[in-house]
Each structure stands twice: as structure tokens, then as C-alpha cells.
Ligand binder design. Structure first.
Ligand code: UDX
Length: 429
């Protein structure tokens, strides 16, 4: 199939590359000149495991091209995916101006039947607005269909998630675009759920909110575990083995972050409000998440007492493992709070240090994980990078002024840490 993807951010780039990988002819369009140049030369603006190789391979074979021209993208393709940012407004609702702008651009250059697919996360009923906009700005009476096709990619695992999806959701207003959408996704051999557009749009917000709810649920349980001497990991294993619950997303932490969950939760609460429903359950999910960070911070203060001039090592800056993304990262928030109290920070992240530099100044960026604790009064684990489990704990203990570790991700074994002589404080155990 001939497709174009408008918006070469995180979602657009992974989508375009993976479609090219399975044999579609893909044009990625972005208004950022510099980014397009970088991509044309085989460079990649984000770190995502496996993505760079796939881009280079498909650019070389001619199946994947990049341009700044929406006209070129629209003229040369039958299906146009919109993957532009839908950032939050100050009141938590969604800024749809990029979406509207792209719908207008597409309409102004469309001269034959096109399927316009929304991949960005948008409030329910946005599809109706896109239809209205295209109709209004289209110069001739060209036929078109609008489809909602939300993405469920996790950063750090996006290529795998795209190539092997649990399901693909296709929201339509009529049957006409269904065959083409099935053909687009046929190479992935996965269930395709065809719904109306409003349901497809709701599925995305409902899915992300439910996942965030799972994390806040286990984080609330972690409070009970700490108060009663139970172990949250044992509890998560015990409830997670019930197939109706499932073990995934039950890892207690210092709170969830990233560019999706916090934004989508606020948006969904606003959307519900506009539809006349007070989604108090989701407001509590947000509160539990904020309190989880407060509780972790308090643990540090309670142990170290005065933070001013204390030297603290921090492992992890990304909002989670396998990514260089620091947007809404709990690790960055924690560092900023520690700095505010006068702590002196030494920090390390396998991939996110460059991106962290704009948010976190006056800290020492350390080149390897085993040196981060040198001369420190405490060490904090803030991101669940798997390599942190391979930390040389004997060495770390020896180079620290005091062997105190605060683990916001429960990476280490309690008995082992005690045996090694650490004062070790984790979450819910
Ligand atoms: C999420 C959704 O998973 C994905 O389907 C959607 O398309 C975009 O939003 P992402 O933001 O990449 O993906 O990260 P995810 O892996 O879901 O983790 C989000 C946050 O929750 C991270 O900060 C992570 O560390 C935290 N988390 C996750 C926990 O604290 N505990 C868990 O058990 C799982």
C-alpha cells in the first residue's frame, strides 16, 4: 500500500518505519527541516531499540522516504496517517491545534479519494471534527474517509509492540475504508477490531487510564505492606497469577511518569467532565501517584535528616527503562526536589543524560554506573534499567561514605542487601 505519515515524532517514526519494514511504500512528512535532513541521512532523533537499523535498511531499499511537503505525501499515497502531538493545555485538556492544522493541510491538497487515519491520542468525538474540517477546507468535492487507529506502543519496546501487536483497533464511520485498513495490517497477523470512531477513540484513553490505575493500585497496596510488614512483590505475584488480574503493570515504584500516562489521565478526566461524568476514580489514581513520590522523598529525608550539602548518587534519569525520554520523569522530579533541599548530586543514566541536561543543571554527570556512588552519603535508584541489577554492590558499598540505598524500583534482594551491609530502603517491603 502507498501511505504517508504526517508527523515524524515518536509514534509517526515508528509507525512509518514498521509499515515500510512489512513492505508498504511509506513517505514520512514533518515540518521540521532539520529533522527531515537528519532522517534522510540515516540519523535518528530518538533512542528506541532496533529503530535505527530498521530506518537505515528501509531508506536504503527505497521503501521509506522523508519530506517536508504535505502535498507530496498526500499526492503519492492512498492512506494518510496523522501522528502529530496532542499536548496538554494548562487546564489538563488536549491541545488539538496541530491536528486541526494537518486536517486543513491535507484537505487543501487532496484531489482524489483518500483515507485519513488518526493515530494521535485524541478525545472522543475528534474524528467528527476532522471530518468537518476536511469537508470545509477541501477545494473540490473529493470523497474521503476518516478512520481512528490508536497506537498502543510502549517507549523502549515500540518496534516489537508495532510488529507484534496484541490487537489493532480500527474505528470507522462506514465500511468503505475497512478493506484497505485490513490490508495495511495483514502482515502483522493480529486480531483487528473494527468499531465506530467514538469507541476507538475511547479505547485508547480507557486503556492507558486502566494501566495507570493498576500501577496506582499496587502503589496503594505498597503503603499497606510497609505499614504491616508484608512484601508488595509477594502480593503482586499472588494476585497477578489470577488470569483475570494479570501480573503486568503491578510493579510498585516511586510513581509512573512519561509523556503518556500523566497527560492521558488528565485529558480523560477532562473529557469525562465535558461528557457530564465526574471520574473521581481517576483523580484518585493521580493523587496516589503524587503521594508515592512524596512518600519516597520523605523516606530519604527521614533517614538523612538534613539534605543540605549531602552528596547523593542517582541511578536513572529516564522515566523508565530502555528509553532516553525524560519527559515527566519521576527521576528528574526527584533530583530537582533533592537539589532544592541543597543536596549535591552525582547522576548516571545509560541513555538519557544528554536529554536530561536541559532539565537538570549543576549536577555531576558520571560516565559509568559503578562510579556514581563515589563519596556519597546515599544512593538512589530512580529508573528500572535492567543493567542496574548488575551493579558491583561490593564496590559501591566501599566507595560510599555511608552505605545507604533508596531503591524506588525494588531492583535488589532484601536479604542480599542486608548481607552486604547496606541500609536499604525500597518500596512496599
Ligand atoms: C504507555 C502505554 O503502556 C502504551 O500502551 C501507550 O501507547 C503509551 O503509554 P509508555 O509511556 O511508553 O507507554 O510507558 P509504560 O511502559 O506504560 O510505563 C509508564 C510508566 O509507568 C513508567 O514511568 C514506568 O516506569 C511506570 N510503571 C510501569 C510502573 O511504575 N510500574 C509498572 O508496573 C509499569
Amino acid at each position: 500500500m502507498k501511505v504517508s505519515i504526517i508527523g515524524t515524532g515518536y509514534v509517526g517514526l515508528v509507525t512509518g518505519t514498521c509499515f515500510a519494514e512489512v513492505g508498504h511504500k511509506v513517505i514520512c512528512v514533518d515540518c521540521d527541516d532539520e529533522k527531515v535532513k537528519l532522517l534522510q541521512q540515516g540519523g535518528v532523533p530518538i533512542y528506541e531499540p532496533g529503530l535505527e537499523e530498521l530506518i537505515q535498511k528501509n531508506v536504503a531499499s527505497g521503501g521509506l522516504t522523508f519530506t517536508t511537503s504535505t502535498r507530496e505525501g498526500v499526492e503519492k499515497s492512498d492512506i494518510i496517517f496523522i501522528a502529530v502531538p496532542t499536548p496538554p493545555l494548562p487546564d489538563g485538556s488536549v491541545d488539538l491545534s496541530f491536528m486541526e492544522g494537518v486536517a486543513r493541510d491535507i484537505a487543501s491538497v487532496m484531489t482524489s479519494y483518500k483515507i485519513v487515519v488518526d493515530k494521535s491520542t485524541v478525545p472522543v468525538k475528534t474524528g467528527d471534527k476532522v471530518v468537518e474540517t476536511i469537508r470545509r477546507y477541501c477545494k473540490s468535492q473529493v470523497e474521503f474517509d476518516v478512520v481512528s487507529n490508536p497506537e498502543f506502543l510502549r517507549e523502549g519496546f515500540a518496534v516489537g509492540d508495532f510488529l507484534k501487536p496484541d490487537r489493532v483497533v480500527v474505528g470507522v464511520r462506514s465500511q468503505r475504508p475497512v478493506t484497505a485498513m485490513r490490508e495495511m495490517y495483514a502482515p502483522f497477523n493480529c486480531p483487528i477490531i473494527v468499531t465506530d470512531i467514538n469507541s476507538a477513540e475511547l479505547i485508547k484513553h480507557a486503556a492507558n487510564s486502566f494501566l495507570a490505575l493498576k500501577i496506582s493500585y499496587i502503589n496503594a497496596i505498597s503503603v499497606l505492606c510497609e505499614a504491616s510488614g508484608a512484601n508488595v512483590q509477594e502480593v503482586a505475584n499472588g494476585i497477578g497469577m489470577d488470569h483475570r488480574i494479570g501480573r503486568a503493570f503491578l510493579d510498585s515504584s516511586l510513581g509512573f511518569g512519561g509523556s503518556c500516562f500523566p497527560k492521558d489521565l488528565s485529558a480523560f478526566i477532562k473529557i469525562s467532565e465535558k461528557l457530564g461524568y465526574d471520574f473521581a476514580l481517576l483523580k484518585e489514581v493521580q493523587c496516589i501517584n503524587a503521594r508515592q513520590m512524596d512518600r519516597f522523598f520523605k523516606k530519604i529525608v527521614d533517614t538523612l535528616w538534613v539534605l543540605k550539602d549531602k552528596k547523593i548518587g542517582v541511578l536513572g534519569l529516564a522515566f523508565k527503562q530502555n528509553t532516553d525520554d525524560v519527559r515527566m520523569s519521576p527521576a528528574i522530579e526527584l533530583c530537582q526536589r533533592l537539589q532544592k533541599e541543597g543536596a549535591i548530586l552525582r547522576v548516571y543514566d545509560p541513555k538519557a543524560m544528554e536529554k536530561a541536561k536541559s532539565l537538570l543543571q549543576n549536577v555531576t554527570y558520571v560516565a559509568d554506573m559503578n562510579s556514581v556512588a563515589e563519596g556519597c552519603d546515599a544512593l538512589v535508584v530512580a529508573t528500572e534499567w535492567p543493567e542496574f541489577k548488575k551493579l558491583d554492590l561490593e564496590r559501591v558499598r566501599k566507595v560510599m561514605t555511608h552505605p545507604i540505598m533508596f531503591d524506588g524500583r525494588n531492583l535488589f534482594d532484601l536479604e542480599e542487601m542486608e548481607r552486604l551491609g547496606f541500609i536499604y530502603k525500597s518500596i512496599g517491603r
